[in-house]
Design a protein around this ligand. Structure first.
Ligand SMILES: [Zn+2]
Length: 154
């Protein structure tokens, strides 16, 4: 039995929900995709506009394109207070629980987007207490808070 099911999400569109209690550290799902070269990422129009949410940076030469129906893991939403994380070894990626997850909880992980000029394109609706309102990786979120307090002072 799978540890998750696909359901309409409270965060965004569809999401994955735990079908049973999942212990911290457990592998929940493999992230499957197709290996593509950085050159393809740069030239294929598929990866234009939106910052390819399903694109994983593997190393200096390759990315993993996860935008395929068979890749259920692509539906996992970002959260500012996630209960999973992506791990990887070589060209393999998988999603592991980083907290004990209760049956019925939505799975989430930190998408790890950097803080750059178009961060406002990616609004976060995770609803966590610490939500910064945008999908930006944990290590860079202080920049958003700083930008905010700066604009309040003006
Ligand atoms: Zn959030």
């Amino acid at each position: 039995m799978k540890l998750y099911k696909i359901k309409k999400s409270n965060i965004d569109n569809k999401g994955l929900y735990a079908t049973k209690n999942i212990k911290s550290g457990k592998l929940v799902i493999n992230y499957k995709g197709k290996l593509i070269t950085k050159k393809e990422t740069d030239t294929n129009p598929k990866f234009d506009n939106d910052k390819a949410i399903y694109l994983f940076n593997l190393n200096s030469r390759y990315d993993l394109d996860g935008d395929f129906k068979y890749n259920d893991a692509r539906l996992i939403n970002h959260s500012c207070n996630p209960n999973c994380e992506v791990e990887g070894k070589g060209l393999k990626l998988w999603i592991t629980a980083i907290k004990d997850i209760k049956k019925g909880e939505e799975l989430s992980y930190d998408y790890g987007f950097g803080y750059d000029e178009d961060y406002k394109q990616f609004v976060c609706k995770c609803g966590a207490k610490n939500c910064v309102g945008y999908i930006v990786r944990e290590g860079s979120r202080w920049r958003i808070k700083k930008a905010r307090s700066a604009s309040i002072r003006k």
